[in-house]
Design a protein around this ligand. Structure first.
Ligand code: C2E
Ligand code: MG
Length: 289
């Protein structure tokens, strides 16, 4: 039978299409398939933010931060798409995409900016439950002739429950190849002390929310000092993220923090804009604590 388009069924189709467009579930599915397309077609990119040594002011390590540039729409930040990637099983391919791009970028950074550069890569704790991902990481690093001793993985716990035994196996597999680990956003996840006790991490990154409260909350300041003391006892390094003011900078330096990172010192930037001079912290006037 011929498919005749009448005014009636055209308008019915159109209104169904409009309803679907407005339907949050349909919008969500479209977003997810667009994200899958973006991962497969290199629509993602990376910005890098240096982590400066508190004493020497030099940055031998830069953190990779994912960005999604959607043609005709604009740039999405990870806060928008990482949770969806985690919910929909895309986080593994996203984190592996980031890792492979970092391998390519690391070679360039070593030859053009600083031969000692290392890269810190954020990994969802869900990725860290997969031994398959650990093996893929080893395979990709070999393909690109990158030593895993030049990589630190920042494990981002967020709010996900995780199987600690699987995460330990993942970390041990990569640690045996020279990789290092840090506990990101420390103090905010589900089980920071269990992770601290059981995972082979050698660095903690104190969450931005504690740094934000410096000068405003004595409790936060006490927690920060205690975290630093605890890390020293455990022979671990401490990084402060989210340094935005002189006061925060000097507080963390005086408290004995090892590395400092934040907009005050350097914002995340694209690979093409990184210059050697950016790997030296700018002078920060003493704020008088
Ligand atoms: P994070 O690992 O804690 O990264 C720090 C976030 O704080 C970044 O946001 C960075 O741009 C921002 N930031 C840095 N300095 C300052 C500062 O002084 N003030 C303020 N207000 N913010 C600052 P971004 O790039 O939006 O990333 C958000 C989160 O998304 C990251 O938090 C990380 O958990 C996650 N993420 C980013 N890239 C990846 C990735 O490739 N894989 C995974 N699994 N997660 C990623
Ligand atoms: Mg991080």
């Amino acid at each position: 039978m011929k498919n005749v388009i009448t005014n009636k069924n055209f308008s019915t189709e159109r209104s169904t299409a409009l309803q679907e467009e407005r339907n949050p579930a349909t919008q969500h599915n479209t977003f997810i398939s667009n994200l899958r397309y973006a991962i497969d077609n290199d629509e993602l990119s990376l910005h890098y933010q240096p982590r400066f040594d508190a004493i020497s002011g030099k940055a031998d390590i830069v953190e990779a931060l994912a960005r999604w540039h959607r043609p005709g729409i604009g740039r999405y930040y990870p806060g928008v798409f990482i949770p969806d990637a985690e919910e929909n099983g895309l986080i593994f391919s996203l984190d592996l995409w980031v890792f492979e791009r970092c391998c390519k970028d690391l070679k360039l950074l070593k030859t053009t900016v600083n031969p000692h550069t290392k890269i810190a890569i954020n990994l969802s704790v869900l990725t860290c439950e997969s031994i398959y991902c650990a093996q893929k990481i080893i395979e990709i690093s070999k393909n690109h002739d990158v030593h895993l001793s030049d990589i630190e993985f920042e494990i981002t716990e967020n709010t996900h429950k995780h199987d600690i035994r699987k995460v330990i196996a993942f970390c041990e597999t990569l640690k045996n190849q020279g990789a290092q680990f840090s506990l990101d956003n420390f103090g905010t996840g589900q089980s920071p002390l269990v992770n601290l006790n059981l995972l082979p991490a050698n660095t903690i990154k104190i969450d931005r929310s504690f740094i934000h409260d410096i000068g405003k909350s004595k409790r936060s300041e006490i927690i920060i000092r205690s975290l630093i003391n605890m890390a020293k006892e455990l022979n671990m390094q401490v990084v402060a993220e989210g340094i935005e003011s002189n006061e925060q900078y000097w507080f963390m330096r005086d408290a004995g923090c090892d590395q400092l990172q934040g907009f005050l010192l350097c914002r995340p930037i694209g690979l093409d804009r990184i210059e050697s001079s950016m790997l030296y912290a700018p002078e920060v006037e003493y704020s008088g604590l």
